[in-house]
Structure formats: C-alpha cells, structure tokens
Ligand binder design. Structure first.
Ligand code: HEM
Length: 425
C-alpha cells in the first residue's frame, strides 16, 4: 500500500503472477464508471445494474476497463476467493486515475497488496495486535482523547470544521499511541498526517507532508530498532521468529496502518455525524450502549465509505454470475452497492441503528479490515460523546454547498462546519 494524499494504496506485484491463459481483450466498455453518490446513497444506477448487469464492463476514470461487480453475493465470491483474484493491484487509486502504477511491485510490509503466504505472514503477525481484547485496552486512552478534543472545541467560537478539529486528530493520535510515537513528537506526526489528507491545501503542500511522514516513520523505526519499547513496532522487532522484519517492512506496516486507519475513521466520524444530524430519530439512540454495539456497524453499512470499487486482478479464468472473466483482467467490487442489495437486506436504503447485518463495509475474505475492532471502538466513543456534549449541534452549511468526496477513494466530507448551543462536561 503506497499512501498518498487521497488515502491511496498503490499497487505493486511482489512475485510475478503466472497467468494461466492468454488475455483475450473484450470490446472496450461503453459504460462509464458510476460515481454519483448523493449524499449517503450509492449512485442510483446501481439499483438497476445489480439485477440487469451484475458483472458489467465499465471504463474507469483512469482510462482502463474493469468488470464491475455490484451484487452482495457476487462481491463475497470475488473477495473471498484470493486464489483466483489477486490483491497485487488492490488500490482503488488506479480506478480513479493512477493507471501507470498498475502492476508495480508491492511495497514490503503492505499486506493489502500481498497475496498467499506473503500476505498470511504479515497478517498473522499483526492480527494479535488488533484483536478485540487488546484493542479494548485502548478505551481509556480514546475516551480521554475524545474528551480533550471536545473541550478544545468548547473553548472556541463556532462555527468550526469538525473534520479538521476533531475527526482527523483523534484517529491520528490513536495510531500514534499504537505505534509508540513519543509524546513530544505527536504534534509533528499529527500535523504531517492531517496535511497529507487536507484537500484544501495545494497539492505540493500535501506531497511535502507525505514525504515528511515517510521521513518521520523512517526515524521512528530506526529508534525502535535501537531502543525498543512497549508498542506494536517494538513487539514486532522483539518477537523471536525465523524471519525477523527488516526496517523496510516495519516502515511499510506503519504507513499502511496510518493510511488505512486514519482518514477512514476520520471520514466515518464526519459523515456519520452529518448522517445522524439528518436522522435525529436515530441520533436519539446513540446514548444507548446496547444499540451502539450493533448500531455502529449499521452506520458503516449505510455509509460504506470505501467506495468506487475495491480492485482485484484475476489470475486465472473464472465465471461470475455467468460472465467469463479472463486471467489478467481487473474486477472492481462496489461495496456501497452490495451493501444496499435488497437480496441481502430489506429496506437497505434506510438507516436503522437497531438492526444487525453481515455488511461488507469492512470488506470480506482474507483481506477484510484488520483494524475493524479499533474503528468500531473509536466510533462507539466519539459519536455519542459529540452528540451528548454538544447539545444543539448543527451544520452551518446548506447541503448543496457541503463538499462531499464523490471522486475520492474514501467517501466523506472535506469540510463540515458545525455550531452548537453549549458544551457540557
Ligand atoms: C471505519 C473505518 C474503516 C473502514 C470503513 C475500513 C475499511 C476497510 C476495507 C473495506 C478493507 C478491505 C480492502 C480490500 O479488500 O481491498 C480494509 C482493509 C484494511 N484495513 Fe481498514 N477500515 C477502517 C479502519 C481501519 C483501521 C482503524 C485500521 C488500522 C489502524 C485499518 C487497517 C486495515 C488494514 C491493515 C487493511 C488490510 C488488511 C489485509 O490486507 O489483510 N482499517 N479496511
């Protein structure tokens, strides 16, 4: 996963993939990629596409064609079959524009881009760090962080941007805690990571911030190698194993955790807050912890922020929903459409925090989100606290002027100006 300004995981191949057949190019797609979300629903065309063309050839904004898979069962079939569908190009950045890097080798440590044993080795070593029990230990830290940031909001005069002032810093600081970033360096870390994803900044500034965080991680890893502590990176260094991780792998892991876990959670906080403000009858349930146990997953399903296609590459010929897919061709699995498929969920266009569903908002199969328990915990704390402590919270911008991230890899809102009546403790 190569992080970039848009939370992009860039593709590369670690080992050459042996294709089992010659690629026979299908005719170029005449249908463009549907990218018009509004504001919580998938592009309206998906409702028809799911039944009429469950595997549809479309042209991507980047200029190459993919098979679009939009139904729930077909999505699970593709994502669950890692022997047929490789993750070498598993970066939606390719779909939106970064065509030149298709087929580039995967960076060391970036498990999302690795297949087979290479993926399992990384995943197994990190899985224990993200198990429910270990993540639960972070609860007091996250509660404290959320409280401090709401206090800071209260010290300012509204309106202010919830994304920049709350949603971005909280997950960034959680990741810095997990990685063992020293206290004195956390604001440097927070600034660099926030600037990387802040679309209001010029591209050069965002690129400079990306270089700054890469340099930051290189120094961090060096210091952990020399002087390990009690954190994820140090445990990976100290673990007795036949194949210890080298500095490049550790850096890839740190960057992946940052890019996969930072702006995703930040967008869920911002878009989730907006969705709940638009659904006050659902927001009223936020203070019930029993509802939030499952409610947070309903919000993740309903908003499905990892959108516009999760990319895979077929490594052998196969058939999905009657359509032949040849080795070497790309498939884009549209999670936001699959999560509204009425063959999987009834009234899927409704937000209902009290329902349970096996949604695909965290993906599915061997690459299903590693950080899902952490994301749930952060949202279960942040959203109820925002609504509890900022009574009268409201958005100051008309919906038509809210900058939604339609064209970006992770859906959300670029800036959400909120105001409130008072801050309570
Ligand atoms: C609400 C927030 C989040 C959402 C919606 C989300 C969603 C996803 C999705 C859909 C995938 C699968 C991508 C694919 O199959 O190509 C994924 C993978 C991943 N996510 Fe998350 N994620 C979130 C938060 C996090 C957090 C907090 C972390 C860790 C700090 C994290 C770490 C990862 C990693 C490491 C992978 C790759 C797993 C692998 O390849 O085995 N995510 N995430």
């Amino acid at each position: 996963m190569k992080p970039n300004s848009n939370n992009v995981v860039a593709p590369q191949i670690q080992e050459p993939i042996s294709l089992t057949s010659t690629i026979q190019q299908p005719p170029p797609a005449s249908v463009p990629f549907p990218t018009n979300r509004c504001p919580f629903d998938p592009d309206p065309r998906y409702e028809g596409i799911r039944t009429s063309d469950p595997v549809l050839r479309v042209g991507t904004p980047a200029g190459f064609d993919v098979w679009l898979v939009s139904g729930y069962e077909d999505a699970r079939t593709v994502l669950g079959d890692a022997e047929t569908f490789s993750n070498v190009d598993a970066s939606s950045s390719h779909l939106m524009g970064d065509k030149d890097n298709l087929g580039a080798p995967p960076p060391p440590g970036v498990m999302l881009r690795h297949d087979g044993d290479s993926h399992s080795r990384l995943r197994l070593r990190l899985a224990r760090e993200f198990m429910v029990k270990r993540i639960a230990r972070l609860e007091p830290f996250i509660r404290d962080l959320v409280a401090t940031h709401i206090d800071r909001i209260g010290q300012q005069k509204g309106p202010l941007d919830l994304y920049r002032e709350f949603a971005l810093p909280v997950p960034a600081l959680v990741i810095s805690e997990i990685l063992g970033v020293p206290e004195g360096q956390r604001s440097e870390f927070e600034n660099a990571t926030a600037s990387q994803v802040d679309l209001s900044l010029p591209l050069e500034e965002r690129q400079a911030a990306a270089i700054q965080s890469a340099g930051f991680f290189a120094n961090l890893i060096q210091s952990k190698l020399e002087n390990p502590g009690d954190d994820l990176l140090s445990r990976l260094i100290l673990e007795p194993t036949e194949r210890p991780m080298d500095a490049a792998e550790l850096q890839g892991i740190a960057l992946l955790l940052l890019t996969a876990g930072h702006d995703t959670t930040a967008n869920m906080i911002t878009l989730g807050t907006y969705a709940l403000l638009q659904h006050p009858e659902q927001a009223a349930k936020l203070q019930n912890p029993a509802v939030m146990e499952t409610g947070v997953d309903e919000l993740i399903r309903y908003l499905t922020i990892v959108h516009n296609g999760v990319l895979r590459k077929a490594v052998k010929d196969t058939t999905i929903a009657g359509q032949t897919i040849r080795a070497g061709e790309h498939v884009a699995v549209v999670l936001e459409s699959a999560n509204r498929d009425n063959r999987f969920i009834s009234d899927g266009d409704q937000l209902d925090l009290e329902r349970r569903s096996a949604h695909l908002g965290f993906g599915y199969g061997p690459h299903q989100c590693l950080g899902q328990h952490l994301a749930r915990l952060e949202l279960r704390i942040a959203l109820p606290e925002l609504f509890r402590r900022l009574p009268g919270m409201r958005v100051e911008t008309p919906e038509t002027d809210i900058p939604f991230k339609n064209d970006m890899l992770v859906y959300g809102i670029k800036k959400l100006m909120i105001n409130w009546d008072e801050v309570i403790s």
